[in-house]
Design a protein around this ligand. Sequence first.
Ligand SMILES: CC(C)(COP(=O)(O)OP(=O)(O)OC[C@H]1O[C@@H](n2cnc3c(N)ncnc32)[C@H](O)[C@@H]1OP(=O)(O)O)[C@@H](O)C(=O)NCCC(=O)NCCS
Length: 186
Amino acid sequence: MQYSTSLLFYPAVRLYRRMRRRYKNLNLRLRGVIVDATAIIDPGAILEPSGGGIIIGARTFIDFGVIIRPLGGVVEIGDDCSVNAYSVLYGGGGLRIGNGARIAAHTVIVPSNHKFSDFDKPIKDQGLTQIGITIEEDVWIGAGVRVLDGVVIGAGSVVGAGAVVTRSVEPRTVVGGIPARRIKSR
Ligand SMILES: CC(C)(COP(=O)(O)OP(=O)(O)OC[C@H]1O[C@@H](n2cnc3c(N)ncnc32)[C@H](O)[C@@H]1OP(=O)(O)O)[C@@H](O)C(=O)NCCC(=O)NCCS
């Protein structure tokens, strides 16, 4: 019987791919990154545990150019979320993103602030405050949004493009602007 060369090599290639995937997952896990097997991480995304942890849920999509850097905290992203191109998610005081959240391109989420009350000391030497940020389930964050430390964005809310969210948002509320204010309820 005649087999083409590629057919003969196919089981070996499949085994190699499976081993490589397993090694990559194990390697990530050892570095403090837990990614559900069904999540899709673009090869151009950077998941850098930086002394903290990263948890990514089922079917969640992390796009090209996204940087996730917990900086000693934990960044936890739920199931069925999307984090789009060039968004930056820091950990600091902790970042929790609920199931189904959509995060549009160029969003920056920063659960941390420099202290700066002492004028006689460089800001770099005054330490940080870190409270943490929670984005509840089914939230849509528009393009280019900034979310600052201590904020809770309630379930089912929408944050308009370009907003700077400085205060918590009630569930099912549409907000926009700098600083973000309520536009309407859903
Ligand atoms: C916030 C948003 C969802 C509101 O949409 P909408 O319900 O159709 O609201 P409207 O366009 O009717 O606007 C309602 C009011 O909010 C204001 N508004 C809308 N978007 C705003 C924004 N991003 N920032 C500040 N104010 C905004 C409008 O000017 C309007 O104000 P007015 O009543 O004083 O005229 C939408 O404008 C938006 O920002 N979408 C994000 C798009 C995006 O980033 N997509 C990325 C790909 S997923």
